[in-house]
Design a protein around this ligand. Structure first.
Ligand SMILES: *Cc1c(COP(=O)(O)O)cnc(C)c1O
Length: 382
């Protein structure tokens, strides 16, 4: 029987700081409820200074930001765009919005992100077939930075526009620099489950302020500078509202605490799982990597333990605790089955043997106790 008398523990819930409400009040008092407005501009500046990006454009979602990034990279019908296979579908869907074809690349075992060697092989193979991929969407999954040095070099060498999907990785760093700022463009998400949230929202980061200007123009229906409505481009209604930007400003005030809390949860799980052979966590492989540990994720080695991720998931669910399999790779998704894919078995293995655990920054010691107690019991029975 499911124990619904116990409070549900989620994988990742919104965690308000209390600052947000004063920014919302300010928007109400000035009647600045419409999109655009002073909170949006301020949130963009604050995000730029936090991440080190040259410019930021705030939009309605991470998906919208990726769509705009592809448009700005000049991706058109018939083009090919390289993309991490091990990710959420929102990383790849905007490629289809542009009428382009995604080419999926599998992961490396150390970061779970794009395997640079396989990436280079894939590009050479595409070239040999007379195709020159225009852009690469590299994902920093679960907050873990991809191997950016190698990936930046490869993109430069083959003249490919690098777009970083840092939706899950705000606050993560590679060699001391925030992810999302290595590529020509990067995107963030402020969806309800991310490390900070505006309830829904996203941002485009760019190393060239001109790109953000263009993104903002396209996101506000591409209205040219005339007294009447005059259009020379197809526009989108992708702008972030002033109220949501106010929430974002309140959230950004506490980003360092949120990163610290998620990292602390990760290290607590790491200590806990040390007692169980066959369980490994997604860890920073060396000091080049600093993960925000958005989610703590485990993989279970079937040759070392008879307990499966599904055993854990079902036992947790009975205790009203949420957990979830890892992302199902894009090359295994029915909708993407006909797209070119360069695979090495890594993401399939992770999908088959992995699990995401409750990792909210608001997770209490008592919650953590409930989660680990339940897991411990499964292992004792197994
Ligand atoms: C959440 C997420 C997105 C999409 O962001 P939205 O704001 O929900 O549109 C894109 N990529 C990854 C990896 C994500 O986790």
């Amino acid at each position: 029987m499911k124990r619904l008398n116990q409070k549900r523990i989620y994988i990742s819930s919104p965690h308000m700081s209390g600052n947000e409400i004063s920014f919302i009040h300010e928007a109400f008092e000035t009647n600045w409820i419409a999109p655009l407005g002073p909170h949006v501009t301020a949130f963009e500046q604050e995000l730029a200074s936090y991440t080190g990006a040259a410019a930021v454009s705030c939009v309605s979602s991470g998906t919208a930001a990726l769509h705009l990034a592809l448009i700005l990279a000049g991706v058109e019908r018939g083009d090919e765009v390289l993309c991490s296979s091990f990710t959420f579908a929102a990383s790849a869907n905007p490629i289809i919005y542009q009428g382009a074809t995604p080419v999926f690349i599998d992961s490396e075992a150390s970061t779970w992100n794009i395997d640079p060697e396989l990436l280079e092989k894939a590009i050479q193979d595409r070239w040999a077939r007379g195709k020159k991929p225009k852009a690469l969407i590299v994902v920093h999954l679960y907050g873990m930075p991809a191997q950016l040095d190698r990936i930046v070099d490869i993109c430069n060498h083959y003249n490919i526009t690098l777009i970083e999907d840092a939706a899950e990785a705000l606050g993560s760093k590679y060699k001391g620099k925030q992810v999302g700022t290595f590529g020509r463009m990067g995107i963030l998400s402020f969806n309800g489950n991310k490390i900070i949230t505006t309830s829904s929202g996203g941002a485009l980061l760019a190393n060239d302020p001109e790109l953000c200007k263009k993104a903002t123009f396209l996101a506000t229906q591409a209205r040219d500078n005339f007294p009447y409505y005059h259009h020379t481009h197809i526009g989108y209604n992708y702008r972030m509202s002033n109220i949501l930007a106010g929430i974002g400003r309140g959230q950004l005030r506490v980003i360092d605490q949120r990163v610290e809390a998620r990292r602390k949860i990760f290290f607590s799980y790491k200590k806990f799982f040390a007692a169980f052979p066959g369980v490994t966590l997604l860890e920073e492989s060396d000091s080049s990597y600093f993960s925000n540990h958005w989610l703590t994720t485990i993989v279970m080695d079937p040759s070392k333990t008879s307990v499966t991720p599904d055993d854990l998931r079902l036992a947790l669910e009975k205790e009203n605790i949420e957990s979830r399999p890892l992302w199902k790779p894009m090359h295994l998704q029915p909708i993407y089955k006909d797209c070119p894919a360069y695979v090495n078995g890594v993401s399939e293995h992770l999908f088959a043997h992995g699990l995401c655990l409750p990792s909210s920054s608001s997770l209490t010691d008592e919650d953590f106790e409930r989660v680990t107690h339940c897991i411990q019991q499964v292992f004792q029975k197994g």
